[in-house]
Write a protein that binds this ligand. Structure first.
Ligand code: TYD
Ligand code: MG
Length: 466
C-alpha cells in the first residue's frame, strides 16, 4: 500500500504547521512565510505504543546521579584559541554544533582552517553540498591546509552521509551546509523547513550513536535568524554565530547557545588574503584609528564573557532640519541611546530636541551592556557641547534615569585592561571605588563619580554649572 500523503503549510521562519495557507503566521507574526510541504506518514517504527513488557529490564533501569561519570568527556581542542574560547575549551565528542552566519562571511574558510589546526592524528570528513572537490582543494591550497587526514565528500543525500560516517568512523565531521542537504524520504525541496529539521535530526542521531562530533554550517536569512526554523537551534548542542560587516575585515564569533560552556565569550578574527587571522588583542586593534581632538569621541569598556574589550564610541550631534530629529545608532541599543539622551536633556538641560544624533561603535562591534552607558553619555555630552574628551580617558558605569552613576560588575578587569592599553584616567562609579582593595595598584588615576553632573567638570574643568 502506498504511504499516505498529506499537505501541510509550514512557516519558514518558526516552523509552525497549519493545514491551511496563512498570510501571516499566528505563531511568530511573520508575513508571507508559509510554504506547502507534502508529508509522508513516517515508516512505522513500532515500539512507541508497545507495552512496557516488551522492553528488556536493562532498558527500564534508572541511574542514580552519583554513578554518572563526568570524567570521560573528551574535547578536541581546535588549537585556534579564539574559537576554543567560544566553544568552552574545544569540540566535545559526540556533540552537534551549528555554525551560522551570512553567506560569504567566512564559515567554509573557518572549517578548513580548523582542519589544519586540529590534532594531526584525527581524521576529518568534510562534506560539501555547495562546492566541488576541486573548489575546496583550491581554497585549501590558498589557506595552506595540508592535513593528510582530511577527507572530502561532495554529497547531499543525508542517509548516504550518515552511512559513510558509520562505516568510516572519522573523528570529526563537517557538513557545509545544512540547507543543501536532502533527506530522500521527504518530498519537499532541500532547504525547506521539514528537510532541514529532518536532516539535522538524522545527524544528531548519528553524532550521538557514533560519538562523533558533527559541525553543521547553516545560512542565515535576511533577519539574522538561522535559515530554516528556530527548531534547528533547539536540536543542536551549541549554536555559534559568525557576524560582522561583509565589507569590513573584522569577524566576530559568538556562542548563542552552548550546552558545554558559557555563551558570553566571543572570538575576534580578521579576514585576510590567507584566511582568517585571530585578533588576540581586539581592544588595541579597535582603537588604532581613533581620531584625536574631535568632539563626540570616547572609549567604552564592555565585558565580553571574561574578557574586557575597549571600543571607540562616536556620537555625532548636529542641527536638525526635520521637525522630529533623527536618532540613529549602530552597535548600541537604540532604546538605550534614546533614554540617555532624555536623561541628558532633563538632568543637564542639554538641548537635544532640535539636534540629530548619530551614534556608532567603531569596528562593527555590538556593545549592549548597561555598563557602557556612562561612556555613551560622555560622548553625547562632548558632542552636544562640541568639546573633545581627553583621549586618555575611559568611562565605565551604568547611568540611571535620575542621572545617577551606578556601580558595575567586573570593574577590576575593566580598569586593568584600560591601564594596560595606556589610558591614564578612568571614570568609574564612586560606589565601585570603595569596593576596590587597593586602587593604586592599577597605575591609572581613578575618578569616582556619583552623578553625570560631575562629567561636565571632567570635560571642561571649571565650567560646571554653565
Ligand atoms: P566563505 O568561507 O566562502 O564564506 P561562507 O562559507 O560563510 O559563505 O568566505 C568567502 C569570503 O571570504 C569571500 O568573500 C572571499 C573571502 N576570503 C578572503 O578574503 N580570504 C581568504 O583567504 C578566503 C579563503 C576567503
Ligand atoms: Mg561556504
Amino acid at each position: 500500500m502506498a504511504a499516505k500523503q498529506k499537505s501541510v503549510y509550514v512557516c519558514s521562519s518558526c516552523g509552525y504547521e497549519s493545514p491551511r495557507w496563512n498570510g501571516r503566521c499566528p505563531e511568530c507574526g511573520e508575513w508571507n512565510t508559509f510554504t506547502e510541504e507534502v508529508q509522508t506518514a513516517p515508516p512505522s517504527g513500532g515500539g512507541r505504543n508497545a507495552p512496557s513488557a516488551a522492553y528488556a529490564p536493562e532498558l527500564l533501569r534508572m541511574e542514580p546521579i552519583h554513578q554518572v561519570s563526568t570524567t570521560d568527556e573528551v574535547r578536541y581542542t581546535t588549537e585556534i584559541p579564539e574559537l576554543d574560547r567560544v566553544l568552552g575549551g574545544g569540540i566535545v565528542k559526540g556533540s552537534l554544533l551549528l555554525l551560522g552566519g551570512d553567506p560569504g562571511i567566512g564559515k567554509s574558510t573557518l572549517l578548513l582552517q580548523i582542519c589544519q589546526h586540529l590534532r594531526p592524528d584525527l581524521t576529518i570528513l568534510y562534506v560539501s553540498g555547495e562546492e566541488s572537490k576541486r573548489q575546496i582543494k583550491l581554497r585549501a591550497d590558498r589557506l595552506g591546509v595540508t592535513n593528510p587526514n582530511l577527507y572530502l565528500k561532495t554529497e547531499t543525500d543525508i542517509d548516504a552521509i550518515c552511512t559513510t560516517v558509520e562505516q568510516n568512523r572519522p573523528d570529526l565531521v563537517m557538513i557545509d551546509s545544512i540547507q543543501t542537504m536532502n533527506c530522500p524520504g521527504l518530498s519537499s525541496s532541500p532547504g525547506s523547513v521539514s528537510q532541514v529539521r529532518e536532516c539535522t535530526n538524522r545527524l544528531l542521531r548519528c553524532a550521538k550513536s557514533q560519538e562523533i562530533p558533527i559541525l553543521i554550517v547553516g545560512h542565515v536569512n535576511k533577519d539574522g535568524a538561522i535559515a530554516g526554523p528556530k527548531v534547528l537551534e533547539h536540536i543542536v548542542d551549541a549554536v555559534l554565530h559568525f557576524e560582522g560587516e561583509r565589507n569590513m575585515s573584522y569577524r566576530i564569533l559568538r556562542a548563542i547557545k552552548n550546552r558545554y560552556g558559557s555563551t558570553n565569550e566571543i572570538g575576534v578574527f580578521e579576514m585576510g588574503d590567507h584566511g582568517l587571522i585571530q585578533v588576540e588583542n581586539p581592544s588595541l586593534t579597535l582603537l588604532m584609528e581613533r581620531p584625536s581632538g574631535v568632539s563626540g569621541v570616547t572609549v567604552a569598556c564592555a565585558m565580553e564573557g571574561t574578557r574586557p574589550i575597549l571600543a571607540e564610541i562616536q556620537a555625532l550631534v548636529t542641527r536638525s532640519a526635520l521637525s522630529s530629529p533623527r536618532r540613529m545608532t549602530t552597535g548600541v541599543n537604540a532604546n538605550m541611546a534614546s533614554l540617555l539622551i532624555a536623561v541628558l536633556e532633563k538632568r543637564l538641560g542639554a538641548p537635544f530636541s532640535h539636534l540629530d544624533v548619530y551614534v556608532n561603535v567603531v569596528g562593527g562591534l555590538r556593545i549592549d551592556e548597561p555598563a557602557v552607558g556612562l561612556s555613551l553619555v560622555l560622548a553625547l555630552l562632548s558632542g552636544v557641547r562640541d568639546v573633545p574628551v581627553d583621549e586618555h580617558i575611559v568611562a565605565i558605569g551604568e547611568v540611571g534615569l535620575a542621572g545617577e552613576v551606578r556601580s558595575v560588575s567586573q570593574v577590576e578587569a575593566r580598569i586593568a585592561e584600560s591601564a594596560k592599553l595606556g589610558f591614564t584616567r578612568c571614570i568609574i562609579p564612586r560606589q565601585n571605588i570603595s569596593s576596590l582593595s587597593s586602587p593604586e595598584k592599577y597605575g591609572i588615576q581613578l575618578i569616582g563619580i556619583r552623578s553625570i553632573w560631575e562629567l561636565i567638570d571632567i570635560l571642561e574643568p571649571g565650567k560646571a554649572g554653565k
